[in-house]
Design a protein around this ligand. Sequence first.
Ligand code: ATP
Ligand code: MG
Length: 382
Amino acid sequence: EWLERAEVQAIFAALDGADGRTRAVGGVVRDSLAGMTRNHADIDMATEFLPTTVMQRAKAAGISAYPTGIEHGTVTLRVNDTVVEVTTLREDVETDGRRAIVRFGTNWQADAERRDFTINALYCLADGTIVDPIGGVGDLLGGRIRFIGDARQRIAEDGLRVYRFFRFSASHGGEIYDADGLAACSAAADELDHISRERVGAEMMRMLALPRVAKTIGVMDRLGLIRVAPGAAEALVRYEVLGGRSATTRLALLGRESLDIRQADWRLSKAIAVKAERVAEAADLLRVGDVAWAAYRYGEDAVEGLAVVAASDGWPRERLAEVARELGRLRVAPLPVDGSDLAARGMRPGPEMGTALRLLERAWVDSEFTLQKDELLSRLFH
Ligand code: ATP
Ligand code: MG
């Protein structure tokens, strides 16, 4: 359990966690109360101490401290593998619609009220005592994702909360949407162009890694919050029924044509975009029956490609099982010939050599990775 970790207790000890001057808040508190295991270890804490004091106290206790967001009052503390973001209590003085003007404070009620949903305004002291200033525990147990305060106004302050509303409805609301919050989100759907794409992308990727998102994706598609290919929402439902939960496979299922749009829209990391693209390409090869080539080209991604086909193509179960068996049986190995082998036989580097290598590759894959090097070369040099 996160709270019992010596690292967490060391941080609490440095920041007077026992008497509640520093408290854990947000996801880690919410998820442990809900009995959910988290797939990431991020811990957020709130504190009465000013950022400079947090830095000093951490260092005095031998804890590494980095001022990662000093203008927001955030200091990142690290003990071994445990990373905790400690943010000084803030109070909104006023807001101009995009940016809140804040000052540091010691008012826990005000800190709670600035947060987005009641389930995210739960605090935990060093000894495990839960502080619930807004009634978040009841909502958590009832699966209600309720905005704190007036939903429309809270969305007007920060449009990202629309995406977070759907993310938490998928993770903690059983894909049931609080009527008031849903109405406010639909009303705001056309006015969200100005929110940061990175932030939207990060929320969407967290959402796509949840066990169940298909219904939520469908609702967001209908509201125009995301763009998905025709049939993608139905394919996502089947993917979940089959037990799939990979975020990149889901990205591939949302539609390959729009992957590049999505990469720009959501500022996805190159690594994630490339992986989703590979999964989609592998699926295309499997669709045309080129299983060995899919395995050779895409390795493990071909397995995810098969999941894409299973979710979107309506293949009979036997055909899927057969391809799965074939993927499992194939012992993929790299082509045992390279450019230097061809050069040794008098071929000059250039387009001709490229063509020759592709030809050998094809023969290699067709032989299911069994031809000997000289057998391969004899196909070029008689
Ligand atoms: P996760 O489990 O994904 O980390 P989380 O609730 O901890 O979920 P974070 O984005 O890490 O989400 O934010 C930590 C806390 O900060 C939230 O629980 C919430 O109280 C507050 N918060 C985050 N984003 C917003 C926002 N856009 N508006 C208001 N409060 C927010
Ligand atoms: Mg968090």
